[in-house]
Design a protein around this ligand. Structure first.
Ligand code: ATP
Ligand code: MG
Length: 335
């Protein structure tokens, strides 16, 4: 039986962080044997919010290198750069004729961006969900590993595909959100405000490129408090986040020790020592990130290897994309 097609993308808007790893890349790695996977670096998408392209090429290369360092195998998956596949842009053009101004203006992410960058409300922002639909539909992908914030975009992709199929004939299968775990991990920033992010709050975000010293400094500065009021009380978000991180990189025994200390603590009798906990977490985190950072740096500096990988990804992606585009052109009458 043919493997189902999985597709996901990541914008090259900055350094990849632990949230990207545990919320996205770790799952991609688990999918690469079970599905026919397409993973891409969304450099066209980044132009909607990051028009300055001085650092773009570097960022694209780093994202590719970091994805491989995290365990993606370019022999198994198609790992490619969006702009290397011009077929996507042509499908985007056809889909734009089936997308309506009213529905695009109502998209939550568009409304957010209008607030965030009122001086640059470009048409690319408005049609972001259309380009995203083209990214998915060009490979006739049916499974899209994304978080809840992307549900609305996926629903739009299904709408555009349905309209296309209704008008021109059944060509495009409908894509749905898909993950192995029902709840994706969400990593908060270390100061307890919002989530770790590529482009915001960099001192409270742990990057896969951070060295040991930086990791230690950031974790030791993480927000904590005086300890729980009563034994067994609920953890505040920022404390829970430290336990979540520990659960991801430390041994079960270590986590249990600090859990027990937390549960036995109360006002005036604080057993848990957050300083010790952070020191342990910093050490385990540094050990976890080191091989990823080193492997990513090696790949990034090996220009020959990197360009071979990028070409290989582009070839795989274009083979699939041009097959779909041929069907699309025939259906529309552009052949
Ligand atoms: P930006 O600040 O440019 O939006 P980002 O850090 O939010 O960058 P995205 O490119 O928007 O990263 O997302 C890439 C993938 O990483 C998505 O699947 C997203 O759900 C996931 N992701 C991003 N941040 C986190 C986080 N803090 N915890 C868990 N998953 C995350
Ligand atoms: Mg984001």
């Amino acid at each position: 039986m043919e493997k189902e097609v999985v597709l996901s993308g990541i914008r090259p808007t900055g350094f990849l962080h632990l949230g990207n790893y545990f919320g996205a890349m770790r799952n991609y790695v688990r999918m690469q044997d079970d599905y026919n996977c397409y993973f891409f670096v969304a450099n066209w998408h980044s132009l909607t919010t990051h028009p300055d392209t001085k650092e773009l090429k570097n960022s694209v290369h780093r994202v590719i290198a970091e994805n491989i360092a995290c365990g993606l195998d370019p022999e198994k998956v198609a790992l490619y750069i969006q702009s290397d596949v011009p077929e996507i842009a042509e499908l985007y053009l056809y889909l734009n004729m089936l997308a309506y101004k009213g529905e695009l203006e109502k998209t939550v992410t568009f409304k957010d961006k209008v607030r965030q960058q009122p001086d640059n409300v470009n048409a690319g922002l408005l049609t972001y969900p259309v380009l995203q639909a083209a990214d998915i539909l060009i490979h006739r992908a049916v499974k899209v590993p994304v978080g809840k914030d992307q549900e609305q975009h996926l629903e739009m992709a299904r709408n555009f595909a349905e309209r296309f199929n209704y008008r021109y004939g059944e060509v495009l299968p409908l894509p749905y959100a898909f993950n192995y775990d029902s709840e994706l991990v969400r990593i908060m920033s270390l100061d307890g405000t919002g989530k770790m992010s590529k482009s915001e709050n960099q001192m409270a975000t742990l990057y896969l490129a951070d060295d040991e010293d930086t990791i230690r400094k950031k974790i030791m500065k993480a927000k904590t408090d005086q300890g729980p009021e009563t034994p067994g009380s609920a953890k505040p978000d920022y404390i829970q986040n430290l336990f979540t991180l520990m659960g991801l990189v430390s041994t079960p025994d270590t986590v249990k020790k600090f859990e027990d200390d937390f549960n036995a603590s109360s006002a005036g009798n604080c057993i848990i020592r957050y300083g010790d906990m952070k020191k342990q977490l910093a050490e385990d985190m540094a050990r976890f990130i080191r091989p990823i950072r080193e492997k990513a740096a090696d790949i990034q500096h090996n220009k020959e290897l990197l360009s071979r990988i990028i070409l290989q990804g582009a070839d795989k992606a274009r083979a699939s994309a041009s097959a779909t585009l041929q069907l699309v052109r025939e259906a529309v009458g552009m052949n």
